[in-house]
Design a protein around this ligand. Structure first.
Ligand SMILES: *[C@@H]1O[C@H](CO)[C@@H](O)[C@H](O)[C@H]1NC(C)=O
Ligand SMILES: *[C@@H]1O[C@H](CO)[C@@H](O)[C@H](O)[C@H]1NC(C)=O
Ligand SMILES: *[C@@H]1O[C@H](CO)[C@@H](O)[C@H](O)[C@H]1NC(C)=O
Length: 600
């Protein structure tokens, strides 16, 4: 990888150092050197935390698709499962036949007869005319593929109670909204490190507590608390790392660290679940990466921007000196002096942004329209992403393998983005990725159940992975600087609502087996065309004021594709842009207001 190539092009000695923003001082202390490498590696355990938190519950609540009524009377005989089913379980009802991953026998009904009497008479085969009844004494599960009993199997969240698994998942994401507010407050008032440590501590203890749950309600409460740490447990550090990396390397570092680590963590998780084969132990084991956070105060550098914002300019400079020392850079005292002077300007500029609220996004009509479209765009991406994740539950035969491979698509997604996003532009690449997602979702329906369907679903997932990463920076680039942080937070929070709804997408299968994929496919198409209605942000000047945000991209032609054509005017702004050498607003902090935004 070429990310961390030492940058030696710092012009020193030519008059007084010109340092206007935080990013200006980074080259002096080393912008992609030893300390940044350390931070890059430090992200590893925290990305594992993120992936484990996000997906562990999937495996804590996994239920084998094949289950049938338990009939205790039959246990006195030496019957195989097939023999038990032959005598006790009626064929699937019409209603059940419409369901996902159909079994030939009923999963929720049994014959209502006196088995003791019948068996004594030598009856071994059921008679279709016998009366049927809902399972009376619990269920038997086929554990061939899913070798362990999850909490959902133990508490029998099947048939009428299937939705409990999704309800618990929603509780998790409700928790993450609450946690976002609490830890966001801590991060702003007490510092990023206290937020990171407390957030991970809460997640750690609540994950351990999950292992002791014995009922739906206790599980929900535990998951709600675990959920409160979701996203901030990783996001706080992610933002710190991105801040300390020079602007030129930000897109690459952000994409590659997330792409590599997240793909590794998420594709490993199914096998951890498989080998542990016990949901309680799994819950404890997936909590372990969070322990690293307890070393946070000694490992993680506090955000220099936070120090500046809270008036501790000395501490910010101390932190930068530490960077310079580790990176082996000699920095003249006057550089820090120049920086100290400009800090006041930075703070002032920041405070002038503070008078803006989320409502300012809706003051001007075109900006309001763009904001609403961005919200819908992001909402649909999350819905489709989560829909595809939870839909894996329906895509047997082997959920562990398919989940693992689907997660690996995160890596090619990151590579494709690193290669093409700054050439093809956000708009057409966003369109293409969601369009591909839609196409493969619909093809998946037409293919025979089995490996082929799973392959199609995985390709669809690749599409939505790419789109999600684009969406991440799209909004940050399109919203004007004065309301950027507020706008991105708004979109982020509304995204959680999609997370809450996401797990229910699979219940569309109760109406029709193909409905989840049809809906995901259509939503993808809708989202793809919505992207085309948004302006391109590649090689454009970032809008600063509300008015600039309102007029942003108004002169762009619909068919404009950055790598193929550009009008003279666009070429001009392109040149301007190139000089600044900045492309990615999501990772660029013109001010010290951080953008509270992460991937999904
Ligand atoms: C019960 O099944 C086991 C294994 O299939 C077999 O070894 C045993 O002989 C059977 N016992 C009876 C009473 O049928
Ligand atoms: C349980 O699942 C395995 C693998 O899918 C299958 O071979 C077996 O026949 C199933 N058993 C029953 C009783 O359906
Ligand atoms: C089933 O039949 C047996 C033997 O005829 C009888 O002892 C038992 O009470 C019956 N069970 C029920 C639930 O009716």
């Amino acid at each position: 990888m070429t990310v961390m190539v030492e940058n030696t092009k710092v012009e020193e000695g030519n008059g007084p150092a010109k340092i206007e923003t935080f990013d200006d001082i980074l080259p002096y202390v080393g912008e992609a050197s030893r300390y940044q490498w350390f931070l890059f590696i430090l992200l590893l355990p925290f990305t594992f935390v993120y992936a484990f938190l996000y997906f562990a519950q999937f495996f804590l609540t996994l239920v084998p698709a094949e289950h049938w009524c338990m009939i205790p009377e039959l246990n006195h005989y030496n019957f195989t499962d097939f023999e038990k089913i032959a005598i006790g379980i009626p064929p699937a009802t019409n209603e059940e036949l419409k369901l996902e991953s159909v079994t030939s026998f009923s999963r929720c009904y049994m014959y209502d007869v006196n088995y003791t009497e019948l068996l004594e008479q030598g009856v071994r085969q059921a008679n279709l005319s016998w009366p049927i009844v809902r399972c009376k004494q619990g269920w038997t599960f086929n554990h061939t593929m899913i070798t362990y009993a999850s909490i959902a199997t133990e508490l029998e969240w099947v048939c009428d109670k299937t939705f409990l698994g999704s309800a618990a998942q929603s509780a998790f994401f409700v928790g993450s909204i609450i946690g976002g507010l609490i830890f966001g407050y801590i991060a702003d008032h007490y510092g990023r490190i206290p937020a990171l440590v407390s957030c991970n501590a809460v997640g750690f203890f609540a994950s351990i507590a999950t292992a002791f749950c014995n009922s739906f309600w206790s599980f929900c409460v535990a998951r709600l608390i675990v959920g409160s740490s979701f996203d901030n447990c990783f996001n706080v550090l992610f933002i710190i790392v991105i801040e300390y990396v020079g602007p030129k390397y930000r897109t690459l570092v952000a994409n590659m660290s997330f792409g590599i680590y997240f793909a590794a963590a998420a594709s490993l998780l199914p096998w951890i679940a498989y080998w542990i084969a016990d949901w309680r132990i799994l819950s404890v084991v997936t909590a372990f990466p969070m322990i690293v956070a307890f070393l946070g105060p000694w490992l993680v550098p506090e955000s220099a921007r936070w120090y500046i914002m809270s008036g501790n300019i000395d501490k910010a400079i101390g932190m930068l000196k530490k960077f310079a020392k580790v990176n082996g850079k000699e920095v003249k005292q006057e550089v820090f002096e120049a920086f100290e002077k400009s800090c006041k300007n930075i703070i002032e500029k920041d405070q002038s942004h503070n008078q803006y609220t989320v409502l300012h996004l809706f003051k001007l009509p075109r900006l309001a329209r763009i904001t609403v479209m961005l919200v819908i765009y992001w909402l649909l991406i999350i819905l489709v992403f989560d829909g595809h994740v939870w839909n894996m539950k329906l895509l047997h035969p082997d959920v562990f393998t398919s989940f693992s491979i689907a997660s690996l698509t995160e890596l090619p997604a990151a590579i494709l983005l690193a290669l093409f996003l700054d050439r093809w532009g956000r708009r057409w690449m966003g369109f293409a990725s969601m369009f591909i997602c839609g196409v493969f979702s619909l093809i998946a329906i037409g293919t025979p159940v089995g490996t082929l369907t799973v392959t199609m679903a995985i390709l669809a997932r690749l599409g939505v992975n790419i789109a999600a990463n684009i969406g991440f920076q799209y909004a940050a680039e399109m919203l004007p600087t004065v309301v950027r942080a507020q706008g991105v937070s708004l979109i982020h929070i509304i995204g959680y609502i999609a997370h809450i709804v996401g797990p229910y997408v699979i219940y569309l299968a109760d109406v029709n087996q193909n409905l989840p994929l049809i809906v995901l496919g259509l939503l993808s198409f809708f989202d793809a065309f919505l992207t085309l209605a948004l302006p391109e942000t590649l090689d454009q000047d970032l809008p600063e004021t509300l008015q600039e945000g309102n007029d942003f991209g108004i002169d762009q032609s619909f068919w404009w594709i950055p790598c193929i054509s550009s009008t003279p005017k666009l070429k001009k702004s392109l040149r301007k842009k190139k000089k600044e050498g900045m492309t990615n607003a999501a990772f660029h902090h013109g001010s010290i207001q951080t953008i509270d935004c992460t991937r999904l």
